[in-house]
Design a protein around this ligand. Structure first.
Ligand SMILES: Nc1nc2c(ncn2[C@@H]2O[C@H](COP(=O)(O)OP(=O)(O)OP(=O)(O)O)[C@@H](O)[C@H]2O)c(=O)[nH]1
Ligand SMILES: [Mg+2]
Length: 341
Protein backbone atom coordinates (compact mmCIF):
# COMPACT_ATOMS: atom_id res chain seq x y z
CA UNK A 1 0.00 0.00 0.00
CA UNK A 2 2.10 2.87 -1.28
CA UNK A 3 -0.91 5.12 -0.98
CA UNK A 4 -0.67 7.59 1.86
CA UNK A 5 -4.45 7.94 2.08
CA UNK A 6 -5.79 4.85 3.70
CA UNK A 7 -8.60 3.17 1.85
CA UNK A 8 -11.89 2.91 3.67
CA UNK A 9 -13.03 -0.65 4.35
CA UNK A 10 -15.16 -1.51 1.36
CA UNK A 11 -17.89 -3.01 3.56
CA UNK A 12 -18.45 0.41 5.16
CA UNK A 13 -18.87 1.91 1.72
CA UNK A 14 -21.32 -0.82 0.77
CA UNK A 15 -23.41 -0.24 3.85
CA UNK A 16 -23.60 3.51 3.39
CA UNK A 17 -24.18 3.26 -0.35
CA UNK A 18 -27.06 0.85 0.21
CA UNK A 19 -28.49 3.37 2.66
CA UNK A 20 -28.57 5.99 -0.07
CA UNK A 21 -25.38 7.95 0.61
CA UNK A 22 -24.28 9.27 -2.77
CA UNK A 23 -20.69 10.02 -1.81
CA UNK A 24 -20.20 6.47 -0.62
CA UNK A 25 -21.88 5.19 -3.76
CA UNK A 26 -19.46 7.20 -5.83
CA UNK A 27 -16.45 5.84 -3.96
CA UNK A 28 -17.77 2.31 -4.04
CA UNK A 29 -18.15 2.60 -7.79
CA UNK A 30 -14.53 3.70 -8.14
CA UNK A 31 -13.35 0.74 -6.11
CA UNK A 32 -15.49 -1.66 -8.11
CA UNK A 33 -14.34 -0.08 -11.34
CA UNK A 34 -10.73 -0.85 -10.42
CA UNK A 35 -11.64 -4.49 -9.93
CA UNK A 36 -9.78 -7.19 -8.06
CA UNK A 37 -10.61 -9.39 -5.07
CA UNK A 38 -11.43 -6.38 -2.85
CA UNK A 39 -14.36 -5.48 -5.07
CA UNK A 40 -15.44 -9.09 -5.54
CA UNK A 41 -16.27 -9.39 -1.88
CA UNK A 42 -18.42 -6.29 -2.12
CA UNK A 43 -20.10 -7.44 -5.32
CA UNK A 44 -20.83 -10.80 -3.82
CA UNK A 45 -22.44 -9.11 -0.81
CA UNK A 46 -24.69 -6.90 -2.91
CA UNK A 47 -25.49 -9.51 -5.53
CA UNK A 48 -28.72 -10.75 -3.88
CA UNK A 49 -30.08 -7.21 -4.16
CA UNK A 50 -29.45 -7.00 -7.89
CA UNK A 51 -31.65 -8.07 -10.75
CA UNK A 52 -34.42 -5.58 -10.07
CA UNK A 53 -33.38 -2.73 -12.33
CA UNK A 54 -34.42 -2.29 -15.93
CA UNK A 55 -31.26 -1.88 -17.94
CA UNK A 56 -31.28 -0.10 -21.27
CA UNK A 57 -28.22 0.11 -23.51
CA UNK A 58 -27.98 3.05 -25.89
CA UNK A 59 -25.42 2.69 -28.63
CA UNK A 60 -24.71 4.02 -32.10
CA UNK A 61 -22.15 5.85 -34.19
CA UNK A 62 -20.43 8.96 -32.76
CA UNK A 63 -22.53 12.10 -32.74
CA UNK A 64 -25.88 10.47 -33.45
CA UNK A 65 -27.31 12.02 -30.26
CA UNK A 66 -26.94 9.19 -27.74
CA UNK A 67 -26.11 11.39 -24.77
CA UNK A 68 -28.90 13.81 -25.57
CA UNK A 69 -31.28 10.90 -25.88
CA UNK A 70 -30.14 9.32 -22.62
CA UNK A 71 -30.71 12.63 -20.86
CA UNK A 72 -34.20 12.89 -22.33
CA UNK A 73 -35.07 9.30 -21.38
CA UNK A 74 -33.95 10.02 -17.82
CA UNK A 75 -36.07 13.19 -17.69
CA UNK A 76 -39.03 11.36 -19.17
CA UNK A 77 -38.78 8.62 -16.57
CA UNK A 78 -38.34 11.03 -13.67
CA UNK A 79 -41.37 12.99 -14.79
CA UNK A 80 -43.65 10.00 -15.33
CA UNK A 81 -42.42 7.83 -12.47
CA UNK A 82 -40.95 10.16 -9.86
CA UNK A 83 -40.51 7.30 -7.39
CA UNK A 84 -38.14 5.53 -9.77
CA UNK A 85 -34.47 6.43 -9.53
CA UNK A 86 -32.37 6.62 -12.68
CA UNK A 87 -28.70 5.68 -13.04
CA UNK A 88 -26.70 6.71 -16.08
CA UNK A 89 -23.42 5.07 -17.02
CA UNK A 90 -21.65 6.67 -19.95
CA UNK A 91 -18.82 4.59 -21.32
CA UNK A 92 -16.32 6.69 -23.13
CA UNK A 93 -13.17 4.78 -23.94
CA UNK A 94 -11.55 7.82 -25.52
CA UNK A 95 -12.16 10.11 -22.59
CA UNK A 96 -9.30 10.69 -20.18
CA UNK A 97 -11.85 11.91 -17.65
CA UNK A 98 -14.19 10.02 -15.42
CA UNK A 99 -16.54 10.65 -12.57
CA UNK A 100 -19.21 12.49 -14.44
CA UNK A 101 -17.77 15.99 -14.65
CA UNK A 102 -17.29 16.02 -18.39
CA UNK A 103 -20.54 14.33 -19.07
CA UNK A 104 -22.45 16.91 -17.11
CA UNK A 105 -20.84 19.71 -19.06
CA UNK A 106 -20.94 18.20 -22.43
CA UNK A 107 -24.47 17.10 -22.69
CA UNK A 108 -27.77 18.63 -21.87
CA UNK A 109 -28.08 17.01 -18.51
CA UNK A 110 -28.00 20.19 -16.52
CA UNK A 111 -31.71 19.77 -15.89
CA UNK A 112 -30.84 16.49 -14.24
CA UNK A 113 -27.85 17.52 -12.20
CA UNK A 114 -29.86 18.84 -9.27
CA UNK A 115 -32.07 15.77 -9.17
CA UNK A 116 -31.27 13.49 -6.22
CA UNK A 117 -33.06 10.65 -8.01
CA UNK A 118 -30.50 10.63 -10.81
CA UNK A 119 -26.94 9.40 -10.57
CA UNK A 120 -24.58 9.99 -13.49
CA UNK A 121 -21.29 8.22 -13.92
CA UNK A 122 -18.82 8.46 -16.74
CA UNK A 123 -16.43 5.56 -17.22
CA UNK A 124 -13.10 5.51 -18.97
CA UNK A 125 -10.73 2.64 -19.69
CA UNK A 126 -8.22 4.05 -17.22
CA UNK A 127 -7.42 1.72 -14.40
CA UNK A 128 -10.00 -0.93 -15.02
CA UNK A 129 -8.43 -4.32 -14.60
CA UNK A 130 -10.07 -6.91 -16.77
CA UNK A 131 -11.48 -4.40 -19.17
CA UNK A 132 -14.18 -1.91 -19.58
CA UNK A 133 -16.94 -4.43 -20.15
CA UNK A 134 -16.28 -6.08 -16.80
CA UNK A 135 -16.03 -2.74 -15.02
CA UNK A 136 -19.24 -1.48 -16.56
CA UNK A 137 -21.35 -4.51 -15.68
CA UNK A 138 -20.03 -4.36 -12.12
CA UNK A 139 -20.87 -0.66 -11.80
CA UNK A 140 -24.35 -1.39 -13.14
CA UNK A 141 -24.75 -4.05 -10.45
CA UNK A 142 -23.84 -1.55 -7.76
CA UNK A 143 -26.44 0.91 -9.04
CA UNK A 144 -29.01 -1.87 -9.29
CA UNK A 145 -28.37 -2.96 -5.70
CA UNK A 146 -28.54 0.64 -4.50
CA UNK A 147 -32.09 0.97 -5.75
CA UNK A 148 -31.67 2.56 -9.15
CA UNK A 149 -34.73 1.31 -10.99
CA UNK A 150 -33.79 2.33 -14.49
CA UNK A 151 -30.17 2.16 -15.61
CA UNK A 152 -29.08 3.65 -18.91
CA UNK A 153 -25.75 2.65 -20.42
CA UNK A 154 -24.37 4.78 -23.23
CA UNK A 155 -21.62 3.37 -25.41
CA UNK A 156 -20.26 4.45 -28.74
CA UNK A 157 -21.00 1.60 -31.08
CA UNK A 158 -17.53 0.73 -32.26
CA UNK A 159 -15.58 -2.38 -31.45
CA UNK A 160 -16.34 -5.63 -29.72
CA UNK A 161 -16.07 -4.40 -26.17
CA UNK A 162 -18.70 -1.70 -26.71
CA UNK A 163 -20.94 -4.29 -28.28
CA UNK A 164 -20.40 -6.60 -25.31
CA UNK A 165 -21.27 -3.78 -22.95
CA UNK A 166 -24.44 -2.91 -24.80
CA UNK A 167 -25.62 -6.50 -24.86
CA UNK A 168 -25.57 -6.78 -21.07
CA UNK A 169 -28.67 -4.57 -21.15
CA UNK A 170 -32.21 -5.93 -21.21
CA UNK A 171 -33.02 -3.77 -24.19
CA UNK A 172 -30.57 -2.27 -26.64
CA UNK A 173 -31.48 0.92 -28.47
CA UNK A 174 -29.32 1.50 -31.52
CA UNK A 175 -29.31 5.17 -32.50
CA UNK A 176 -29.06 6.26 -36.08
CA UNK A 177 -29.09 9.75 -37.53
CA UNK A 178 -29.81 10.87 -41.07
CA UNK A 179 -27.49 13.13 -42.98
CA UNK A 180 -24.23 11.42 -42.10
CA UNK A 181 -23.86 10.39 -45.72
CA UNK A 182 -25.75 7.74 -47.61
CA UNK A 183 -24.74 4.88 -45.42
CA UNK A 184 -26.57 3.72 -42.36
CA UNK A 185 -23.87 4.13 -39.74
CA UNK A 186 -25.04 1.26 -37.56
CA UNK A 187 -24.54 -1.14 -40.46
CA UNK A 188 -21.04 0.14 -41.00
CA UNK A 189 -20.26 -0.30 -37.33
CA UNK A 190 -21.76 -3.79 -37.29
CA UNK A 191 -24.10 -3.05 -34.44
CA UNK A 192 -27.43 -3.49 -36.15
CA UNK A 193 -27.53 -7.14 -35.07
CA UNK A 194 -27.76 -6.24 -31.42
CA UNK A 195 -30.61 -3.73 -31.82
CA UNK A 196 -33.86 -4.42 -30.00
CA UNK A 197 -35.19 -0.99 -30.86
CA UNK A 198 -33.94 1.24 -33.65
CA UNK A 199 -34.05 4.93 -33.04
CA UNK A 200 -33.69 7.36 -35.91
CA UNK A 201 -32.72 10.51 -34.06
CA UNK A 202 -32.35 14.00 -35.53
CA UNK A 203 -35.65 13.48 -37.29
CA UNK A 204 -35.70 17.24 -37.83
CA UNK A 205 -33.08 16.70 -40.52
CA UNK A 206 -33.37 15.80 -44.18
CA UNK A 207 -33.11 12.20 -45.22
CA UNK A 208 -35.07 10.64 -42.35
CA UNK A 209 -37.29 8.55 -44.61
CA UNK A 210 -34.41 7.15 -46.64
CA UNK A 211 -32.64 6.16 -43.43
CA UNK A 212 -35.78 4.40 -42.23
CA UNK A 213 -36.15 2.64 -45.57
CA UNK A 214 -32.55 1.49 -45.46
CA UNK A 215 -33.05 0.11 -41.95
CA UNK A 216 -36.19 -1.75 -42.99
CA UNK A 217 -34.32 -3.25 -45.92
CA UNK A 218 -31.53 -4.37 -43.60
CA UNK A 219 -34.01 -5.92 -41.17
CA UNK A 220 -35.68 -7.81 -44.01
CA UNK A 221 -32.33 -9.25 -44.97
CA UNK A 222 -30.62 -9.84 -41.75
CA UNK A 223 -32.52 -10.68 -38.60
CA UNK A 224 -32.05 -14.44 -38.94
CA UNK A 225 -28.58 -14.15 -37.44
CA UNK A 226 -29.83 -12.39 -34.34
CA UNK A 227 -29.15 -14.09 -31.09
CA UNK A 228 -26.30 -16.16 -32.45
CA UNK A 229 -23.55 -13.66 -31.93
CA UNK A 230 -21.99 -14.53 -28.63
CA UNK A 231 -18.22 -14.73 -28.91
CA UNK A 232 -17.53 -16.36 -25.57
CA UNK A 233 -16.24 -19.82 -24.86
CA UNK A 234 -18.47 -20.95 -22.02
CA UNK A 235 -21.62 -21.05 -24.04
CA UNK A 236 -21.70 -22.12 -27.64
CA UNK A 237 -23.53 -19.86 -30.04
CA UNK A 238 -27.12 -20.95 -29.83
CA UNK A 239 -29.67 -21.26 -32.53
CA UNK A 240 -32.48 -18.72 -32.42
CA UNK A 241 -35.19 -20.24 -30.27
CA UNK A 242 -38.14 -18.62 -31.93
CA UNK A 243 -39.49 -19.25 -35.38
CA UNK A 244 -39.21 -16.32 -37.73
CA UNK A 245 -42.90 -15.54 -37.39
CA UNK A 246 -42.68 -14.92 -33.67
CA UNK A 247 -39.16 -13.54 -33.51
CA UNK A 248 -38.79 -9.96 -32.34
CA UNK A 249 -38.39 -7.45 -35.12
CA UNK A 250 -36.83 -4.22 -33.87
CA UNK A 251 -39.33 -1.40 -34.27
CA UNK A 252 -38.03 1.82 -35.80
CA UNK A 253 -38.84 4.98 -33.86
CA UNK A 254 -38.18 8.58 -34.90
CA UNK A 255 -36.97 11.06 -32.29
CA UNK A 256 -35.75 14.62 -32.04
CA UNK A 257 -33.79 14.25 -28.82
CA UNK A 258 -32.62 17.84 -28.88
CA UNK A 259 -36.27 18.92 -28.54
CA UNK A 260 -37.38 16.03 -26.35
CA UNK A 261 -39.67 14.72 -29.08
CA UNK A 262 -40.56 11.07 -29.68
CA UNK A 263 -39.29 9.89 -26.32
CA UNK A 264 -42.71 8.53 -25.35
CA UNK A 265 -42.89 6.41 -28.52
CA UNK A 266 -39.33 5.25 -27.95
CA UNK A 267 -40.08 4.18 -24.41
CA UNK A 268 -43.29 2.46 -25.54
CA UNK A 269 -41.16 0.39 -27.93
CA UNK A 270 -38.81 -0.44 -25.06
CA UNK A 271 -41.79 -1.57 -22.95
CA UNK A 272 -43.00 -3.77 -25.79
CA UNK A 273 -39.61 -5.37 -26.06
CA UNK A 274 -39.50 -6.06 -22.34
CA UNK A 275 -42.96 -7.61 -22.48
CA UNK A 276 -41.75 -9.79 -25.34
CA UNK A 277 -38.74 -10.95 -23.32
CA UNK A 278 -40.98 -11.88 -20.42
CA UNK A 279 -43.34 -13.86 -22.60
CA UNK A 280 -40.90 -15.66 -24.93
CA UNK A 281 -38.11 -18.22 -24.54
CA UNK A 282 -35.80 -15.58 -26.04
CA UNK A 283 -35.90 -13.83 -22.68
CA UNK A 284 -34.58 -16.86 -20.78
CA UNK A 285 -32.04 -17.51 -23.48
CA UNK A 286 -30.82 -13.98 -23.08
CA UNK A 287 -30.56 -14.32 -19.32
CA UNK A 288 -28.47 -17.48 -19.73
CA UNK A 289 -26.23 -15.78 -22.24
CA UNK A 290 -25.70 -12.93 -19.84
CA UNK A 291 -24.90 -15.37 -17.03
CA UNK A 292 -22.34 -17.08 -19.26
CA UNK A 293 -20.72 -13.77 -20.15
CA UNK A 294 -20.60 -12.78 -16.48
CA UNK A 295 -19.00 -16.01 -15.35
CA UNK A 296 -16.55 -15.97 -18.20
CA UNK A 297 -15.50 -12.41 -17.45
CA UNK A 298 -14.90 -13.09 -13.77
CA UNK A 299 -13.04 -16.32 -14.52
CA UNK A 300 -10.77 -14.64 -17.04
CA UNK A 301 -9.86 -11.96 -14.57
CA UNK A 302 -9.38 -14.45 -11.73
CA UNK A 303 -7.26 -16.85 -13.76
CA UNK A 304 -5.09 -14.08 -15.12
CA UNK A 305 -4.60 -12.63 -11.63
CA UNK A 306 -3.76 -16.03 -10.23
CA UNK A 307 -1.29 -16.68 -12.99
CA UNK A 308 0.35 -13.28 -12.51
CA UNK A 309 0.66 -13.92 -8.79
CA UNK A 310 2.27 -17.32 -9.27
CA UNK A 311 4.70 -16.57 -12.09
CA UNK A 312 5.49 -13.01 -11.00
CA UNK A 313 5.30 -9.78 -12.96
CA UNK A 314 9.01 -9.95 -13.85
CA UNK A 315 8.62 -13.15 -15.79
CA UNK A 316 5.60 -11.77 -17.64
CA UNK A 317 7.51 -8.59 -18.51
CA UNK A 318 10.39 -10.65 -19.83
CA UNK A 319 8.03 -12.69 -21.98
CA UNK A 320 6.57 -9.46 -23.38
CA UNK A 321 10.07 -8.17 -24.21
CA UNK A 322 10.95 -11.41 -25.93
CA UNK A 323 7.76 -11.44 -27.97
CA UNK A 324 8.32 -7.83 -28.98
CA UNK A 325 11.90 -8.69 -29.99
CA UNK A 326 10.52 -11.74 -31.82
CA UNK A 327 12.87 -14.08 -30.01
CA UNK A 328 9.86 -16.10 -28.90
CA UNK A 329 6.34 -16.44 -30.22
CA UNK A 330 3.35 -15.59 -28.00
CA UNK A 331 2.02 -19.16 -28.11
CA UNK A 332 5.20 -20.70 -26.78
CA UNK A 333 5.54 -17.89 -24.24
CA UNK A 334 1.98 -18.53 -22.99
CA UNK A 335 2.65 -22.25 -22.77
CA UNK A 336 5.76 -21.61 -20.71
CA UNK A 337 3.98 -19.20 -18.35
CA UNK A 338 1.12 -21.64 -17.86
CA UNK A 339 3.52 -24.47 -17.12
CA UNK A 340 5.47 -22.46 -14.51
CA UNK A 341 7.01 -23.48 -12.15
N1 LIG B 1 -30.63 18.53 -35.15
C1 LIG B 1 -30.56 17.74 -34.09
N2 LIG B 1 -29.43 17.72 -33.36
C2 LIG B 1 -29.37 16.87 -32.31
C3 LIG B 1 -30.45 16.05 -31.96
N3 LIG B 1 -30.11 15.33 -30.87
C4 LIG B 1 -28.85 15.68 -30.57
N4 LIG B 1 -28.41 16.62 -31.44
C5 LIG B 1 -27.10 17.28 -31.44
O1 LIG B 1 -26.12 16.39 -31.94
C6 LIG B 1 -24.87 16.64 -31.30
C7 LIG B 1 -24.34 15.35 -30.71
O2 LIG B 1 -25.18 14.95 -29.64
P1 LIG B 1 -24.71 13.98 -28.50
O3 LIG B 1 -25.91 13.69 -27.68
O4 LIG B 1 -23.51 14.48 -27.82
O5 LIG B 1 -24.33 12.72 -29.39
P2 LIG B 1 -23.58 11.39 -28.94
O6 LIG B 1 -24.08 10.33 -29.83
O7 LIG B 1 -23.74 11.18 -27.48
O8 LIG B 1 -22.08 11.73 -29.27
P3 LIG B 1 -20.78 10.91 -28.81
O9 LIG B 1 -20.99 10.47 -27.40
O10 LIG B 1 -19.67 11.89 -28.97
O11 LIG B 1 -20.68 9.76 -29.77
C8 LIG B 1 -25.11 17.70 -30.26
O12 LIG B 1 -24.74 18.94 -30.80
C9 LIG B 1 -26.60 17.63 -30.05
O13 LIG B 1 -27.16 18.85 -29.62
C10 LIG B 1 -31.65 16.12 -32.75
O14 LIG B 1 -32.66 15.45 -32.51
N5 LIG B 1 -31.64 16.98 -33.79
MG1 LIG C 1 -22.26 10.88 -25.98
Amino acid sequence: MGNSRRLEPINDLVERALNGDRRSLSRLISRVENGGPDSWGALSTIYPRTGRARIIGVTGAPGTGKSTLVGEIAKFSRKNQPDQKVGIVAVDPTSPFSGGAVLGDRIRMRDLSGDEGVFIRSMATRGSLGGLARATTDVVKVLDACGYDLILIETVGAGQSEIDIARTADTVIVVEAPGLGDEVQAIKAGILEIADVLCVNKADRDGVQSTINALHAMLDLGTAAKGTLHHGVLMAASAPSATSAERWRPPIVKTIAAEGKGIDELMAAVEQHQAYLTAHPDGQQRARLRAAIELETVLREALLNRLLASVGAGRVDRAIEQIAARTIDPYTAAEQLLRWP
